[in-house]
Design a protein around this ligand. Structure first.
Ligand SMILES: [Zn+2]
Length: 381
């Protein structure tokens, strides 16, 4: 148990619900006699986050009460804010009161104590969680492809997922220790699933000016196939941090979640998870966790207004799109720069990809050359 790291005198924010959950444990003696449910990669990443306490206070896959309450009111049945279902889809009710949970190769990694098995309405979940039932939405597509019932219950994980980036693998107890060792109290978390260009470097540094430390927390679970692969992104973060951030103010670690692309509700979920990792602040940019044009530009910021101020403890920090302004001679945003857009260095995503694909460096006002070089190499291979 890692409770000492969360309740000691480290002055860090407390986990969601008060205690960091630890659902790791030993395999049961009767493992071989248990019925086995094989998990999808999204369910496996949720399982691993349940094990580590990243989803505190959840101790397992959600029962009907929590599921309904989360969909209807963005709260667990006990009233605590929670924005997305964390559910395990199965074909039908299991025979026994415990089942083994297996990874994609069929190897058992956890046991679930069966608490509830229930029907769910995919259309309704899509409408409430994703605000759309369009199957072109990657989260909705995955939901509609799921098995028809949800199996709920506490889990005990006896074999953790092998992290994709061992050197970046820190559980919530690990990031909390890292922050405490550095003497940090206020830490801002930055979620990303893209390489960091100047615009994002700017907002992480603006945020860092107001707190003690920065957690760059790239998501390394499943993403859409056209997102930049995690290995390339991780290399970008490494060269950026090595060259442009003070080493004693930044921790880079991997966030093992799978993307749901649920936009506003996922922004809240991302914030709650980062609170468990020890962040007191969380950056929410424009169209956070969005995809296509399903969500309004500011929806992921506005959704926080549906809760009482400070109800999360973790403080969301909202940012505008930022850019280099030639007249200001600095990074800026519409909030801080009065000049016309002709003065701003703007490149569309398509243009940037085209330049990188041709081996050309984008302007230094847009992207650090070290980062662009990593991306050019990735395009060449
Ligand atoms: Zn300006």
């Amino acid at each position: 148990m890692s409770a000492a790291t969360t309740t000691g005198n480290d002055h860090l924010i407390r986990p969601h619900g008060g205690e960091l959950v630890d659902r790791t444990g030993a395999a049961p003696d009767d493992l071989e006699s248990l019925e086995t449910v094989q998990l999808t990669s999204r369910e496996l990443s949720d399982l691993d986050m349940l094990a580590s306490g990243a989803l505190s206070p959840l101790e397992g896959f959600m029962g009907r009460g929590d599921y309904e309450s989360v969909l209807e009111s963005m709260r667990l049945a006990n009233g605590l804010p929670w924005s997305l279902p964390v559910c395990l889809a199965v074909e039908g009710p299991p025979q026994g009161d415990r089942v083994a949970l297996a990874d994609e190769s069929g190897k058992p990694v956890a046991v679930l104590e069966v608490d509830d098995v229930y029907d769910y309405d995919k259309e309704r979940e899509a409408e409430l969680a994703y605000r759309t039932t369009d199957t072109a939405h990657p989260g909705v597509e995955r939901l509609f492809a799921q098995r028809p019932m949800y199996l709920a219950g506490k889990v005990t994980v006896f074999e953790r997922q092998v992290p994709q980036f061992a050197e970046l693998a820190l559980d919530p107890a690990g990031t909390r220790s890292a922050f405490a060792e550095r003497g940090w109290k206020r830490v801002v978390g930055f979620q990303t699933r893209n390489p960091i260009h100047r615009a994002h470097e700017y907002l992480t540094k603006v945020a860092l000016e107001t707190v003690d430390g920065l957690l760059i927390h790239p998501l390394v679970g499943d993403t859409k196939s056209d997102d930049v692969p995690a290995a390339t992104r991780v290399e970008c973060y490494r060269v950026l941090v090595d060259n442009y951030y003070p080493a004693d103010r930044v921790v880079v670690s991997a966030f093992p979640a799978a993307m749901r692309y649920a936009g506003p509700r996922e922004a809240i979920w991302h914030a709650i998870c980062r609170k468990n990792y020890g962040c007191s602040h969380f950056i929410v940019g424009r169209d956070h966790a969005g995809v296509g044009s399903y969500y309004g530009t500011y929806d992921a910021q506005l959704i926080f207004d549906e809760f009482e101020p400070h109800e999360f403890d973790i403080e969301p920090m909202f940012f505008e799109h930022s850019f280099w302004c030639k007249t200001c001679g600095s990074m800026a945003s519409a909030k801080t720069c009065p000049h016309p857009s002709d003065d701003h260095v703007f490149l569309s995503g398509t243009k940037v990809r085209e330049m990188l694909g041709n081996g050309e460096l984008p302007p230094v006002e847009f992207s650090r050359p070290e980062v662009a070089e990593v991306l050019i190499d990735a395009y060449r291979n």
